[in-house]
Design a protein around this ligand. Structure first.
Ligand code: ZN
Ligand code: ZN
Ligand code: ZN
Length: 121
């Protein structure tokens, strides 16, 4: 990679969210529609990333999924209001922020298995 990759940090608010070209609501170069305002704290390193692809590009290690027994951990951030949800709250929120009512991308559901231990078959 040359110097073209811009590593973004969502400024001004905590927690910090890492990713590539992260904006103020945690969108990144990979997911940047109006609804892509969720950041996820990675189980492997405890750092919020805008998405798994940002983690893959920047972290230098493999992603680890959150085991079911740890779904009470606050590990999901609403980029619209800055609220941190537990994983279970996020999975149960019907793609709507419980704090501010912002709509989340319902398509994220297809990616949950990258971050969270999968449903039993
Ligand atoms: Zn990590
Ligand atoms: Zn990304
Ligand atoms: Zn919110």
């Amino acid at each position: 990679m040359g110097g073209a990759t811009k590593i973004g940090r969502r400024g001004g608010q905590t927690p910090e969210v890492l990713g590539i070209e992260v904006d103020g609501q945690t969108r990144c170069v990979h997911y940047h529609t109006a609804l892509d305002v969720v950041a996820i704290k990675m189980r492997c390193c405890g750092v919020y990333y805008a998405c798994k692809d940002c983690h893959a590009a920047l972290a230098g290690h493999a992603i680890a999924v959150w085991p079911r027994g740890e779904w009470g951990t606050r590990a999901v951030l609403c980029g619209a209001c800055g609220a941190e949800m537990t994983i279970r709250e996020y999975l149960d929120c019907e793609s709507r922020c419980p704090s501010c009512g912002a709509d989340f991308n319902p398509g994220c559901r297809k990616h949950w298995h990258f971050y969270f231990e999968g449903e039993e078959e």
